[in-house]
Design a binder for this molecule. Structure first.
Ligand code: ASP
Ligand code: MG
Length: 596
């Protein structure tokens, strides 16, 4: 007998017929002998209607009353759902978030879950009932109703599955699973039978939007197997699982963030503290910064480029200009016409030349790559917005994503061994607290920088083709925003290959009137965990402590599950100590071997 949590989204309960159909699914599970908890969203567009209604009363409704209002949407749907189950001759009890005991903080409209009590739900399940839980809502320590943010019912469902130790959390929705890319952009996109938590975290946050990203954080932290499937078609869905159970392939999906804007603060004094000043000002303005790229620059000055959602451009430029003036930097340039395309795959770290393959595909499609950042499981490029769809198509084809992965045997398996929760979960106070797993130092890398490359399509592809031919094992790659028609590309290689890398880089440069900077021995610090980006505070947690320790950052890369920083080799140990303290980890650990 399994315990299953089933979540039905707004479109799945949009009218009485659909509620009855969904209730029949819950009953079928129950009849098969499983214990069933159902989590329901508000019917159809009810949440939007309620927001509109409030707007007709006042343009500035208070956050507390908004939550009081919005939580009624789910209260309606759980009651109707319970009636539907009862009319099929089964026991059902509906519960609001506060009746269940979903305790959150007090941030109305975007509350995070601290704890969930299971007593009430268990008693009802023991008594043979199907429990129908209202999604998206909770209660703070003062008894106020809170909501988790738009789309938050997914998070309720996975969090409930986590505390109940459920064997499966099924997300019923209007699509039949997770696709290799958005099928509306690329019709050859394919449904995946399974995907890793980490991949899903990157894809969800990159705008592949089937699920609320915070729900995947719960799934990974607490080891909840999640199945995304259609409410309307009886077809298998996509299982979301730990990386070691995912299919071996370099990329699982391609994500597009269409409406990005790029800002560059030029000629910033290249010294500890510049990044902190800039990114703390942006954080204070409530702006979420995405891709961050700093070039090596010249004469003690570097350009810092980053992307923000287009909607935030104006404010971000304003903050950046103030910081530029305060730091006596050069000008601030910006471009509102860019899009970010990312390939994501937990298998890419195991295979060589994956990034090169992506850059070559873009070059062959005559698409100019304006910025690049790579981490262990993600390669992101910034391209012109007009090229976005073509870029997605090129990258998707380059990784063979329109074909089933060899060995991808048929469809998702509902019943495998249950994944185990992360170690770090035991140390958390609130269920949704930032969960930092580890911070490691790798002192075995060297940094190669090519300066003054021509800014034309294919340059990155050529560089990494030649690096591949020279037998270099390339790790982190960064291309900064080109200035005056010249691009700059940096990458790290094992320090044992520094000499070979320098020679290869000089050959590449010579053929293109470019230059090679010194190839210094560097230290790479990697912080891994869950919620690294969604918990923001990056400016304070990363840049501030390094600034205070007088450590300059050469490269940085952020993703949902990892933060990589490159600093001078002599600062490695100190940076490790400083970051372990800043991220609340005790002790230190150095990885001695070259990357495997
Ligand atoms: N009803 C809420 C919303 O529309 C929560 C959800 O559907 O997940 O955002
Ligand atoms: Mg949803």
């Amino acid at each position: 007998m399994a315990l299953v949590v089933q979540k039905f989204g707004g479109t799945s309960v949009a009218d009485p017929q659909k509620i009855k159909a969904a209730a029949a699914k819950a009953v079928a599970r129950h009849q098969a002998g499983d214990r069933v908890v159902v989590v329901v969203s508000a019917m159809g567009h009810q949440t939007d209607h309620l927001i509109e209604l409030a707007g007709q009363i006042t343009p500035r409704p208070s956050a507390r009353e908004m939550d009081m209002l919005l939580s009624t949407g789910e209260q309606v749907s759980v009651a109707l759902f319970a009636m539907a189950v009862q009319s099929l001759g089964h026991q059902a009890v509906s519960l609001t978030g506060s009746q269940i005991g979903i305790r959150t903080d007090s941030r109305h409209g975007r509350a995070r879950i601290n704890s969930i009590s299971t007593a009430q739900v268990r008693t009802l399940l023991d008594g043979g009932a199907i429990v129908i839980a209202a999604g998206f809502q909770g209660i703070d320590q003062h008894g106020n109703i809170t909501t988790l943010g738009r789309g938050g019912s997914d998070t309720t469902a996975v969090a409930l599955a986590a505390v109940l130790g459920a064997d499966l959390c099924e997300i019923y929705t209007d699509v039949d699973g997770i696709y290799t890319t958005d099928p509306r952009i690329l019709p050859v996109a394919r449904r995946l039978s399974s995907i890793a938590y980490d991949e899903m975290l990157e894809l969800a946050s990159l705008g592949a939007g089937v699920m609320h990203p915070r729900s995947i954080e719960f799934a990974k932290k607490f080891g909840v197997p999640v199945m995304v499937r259609s409410s309307f078609k009886d077809v298998p869905g996509t299982m979301i699982l730990p990386a070691d159970r995912a299919k071996p392939r370099p990329a699982s999906g391609v994500a597009l963030a269409r409406d990005e804007a790029r800002i560059t603060v030029e000629s910033v004094p290249d010294q500890p503290g510049s990044s902190h000043t800039l990114f703390s000002a942006l954080a204070a303005a409530g702006i979420a910064v995405d891709m961050i790229v700093q070039n090596v620059g010249h004469d003690g000055r570097a350009d810092i480029s980053f992307t923000v959602p287009s909607d935030d451009l104006e404010e971000a430029v304003e903050s950046s200009r103030k910081v530029a003036a305060a730091l006596a930097a050069g000008g601030v340039s910006h471009d509102d016409g860019v899009a970010k395309v990312s390939a994501v795959g937990v298998g890419m770290a195991r295979e060589e030349g994956v990034a090169g393959r992506m850059f070559r595909a873009l070059a062959d499609a005559a698409i100019n790559v304006r910025m690049i950042t790579t981490s262990e499981i993600k390669i992101s490029v910034l391209v012109g917005r007009a090229d976005a769809a073509a870029a997605v198509a090129a990258v998707h084809a380059a990784f063979g994503l329109d074909q089933p992965t060899p060995g991808e045997a048929g469809d998702a398996q509902e019943h495998g061994p249950k994944p185990s929760p992360l170690e770090v979960v035991r140390r958390l106070e609130g269920m949704e607290d930032l969960a930092v797993e580890d911070c490691v130092l790798d002192s075995s890398q060297a940094l190669v920088t090519l300066l003054d490359l021509p800014d034309t399509p294919g340059v990155a592809a050529d560089v990494f083709d030649e690096a591949g031919r020279a037998g270099l094992f390339v790790d982190m790659i960064v291309q900064s925003h080109p200035r005056d028609g010249r691009a700059e590309i940096s990458f790290t290689v094992p320090a044992t290959e520094a000499e070979k890398a320098g020679a290869a880089a000089r050959a590449i440069a010579a053929a293109r009137q470019a230059r090679v900077a010194d190839v210094p021995h560097v230290a790479k610090l990697s912080i891994t965990g869950v919620g690294i980006r969604s918990h923001a505070g990056l400016a304070d947690r990363l840049f501030q402590p390094l600034t205070e320790a007088g450590i300059n950052i050469d490269l940085v890369n952020t993703s949902e599950v990892r933060l990589n920083v490159i600093v001078a080799a002599e600062h490695g140990a100190k940076a490790l100590a400083v970051l372990r303290t800043a991220f609340g980890l005790l002790g230190g650990r150095e990885r001695s071997a070259a990357p495997a």
